[in-house]
Design a protein around this ligand. Structure first.
Ligand SMILES: [Zn+2]
Length: 93
């Protein structure tokens, strides 16, 4: 799981994560060069960017497929809640 620092770049808005921001971290799973214009490999994104991203559902489906094909447990799968917020399955319990 990525270590988030204020200087990390959000792969969605391409701005630094900054201080006092809610973030979501990604494991070293999504290839550095994927169909998404951003480096999600071992990265952190602003939670708000992910939640409101037009490609959110596409990314979640892509990410979950990678999880299913990997040795990671199913608890790493992402879910989109009714309010649009993206969470890991393991945080639903
Ligand atoms: Zn962002």
């Amino acid at each position: 799981m990525a270590l988030c620092t204020p200087l990390n770049e959000c792969p969605i808005c391409h701005k630094p994560i900054g201080e006092n921001t809610e973030v979501i971290g990604f494991p070293d799973l999504v290839p550095m060069f994927s169909q998404f214009d951003g480096d999600f490999y071992d990265s952190c994104a602003h939670q708000a960017c992910l939640d409101s991203w037009p490609r959110r559902d596409e990314f979640v489906a892509y990410f979950n497929k990678l999880v299913a094909e990997s040795s990671l447990s199913k608890s790493w799968q992402l879910h989109v809640l009714a309010n649009g917020r993206v969470v890991y399955e393991r945080s639903l319990k």
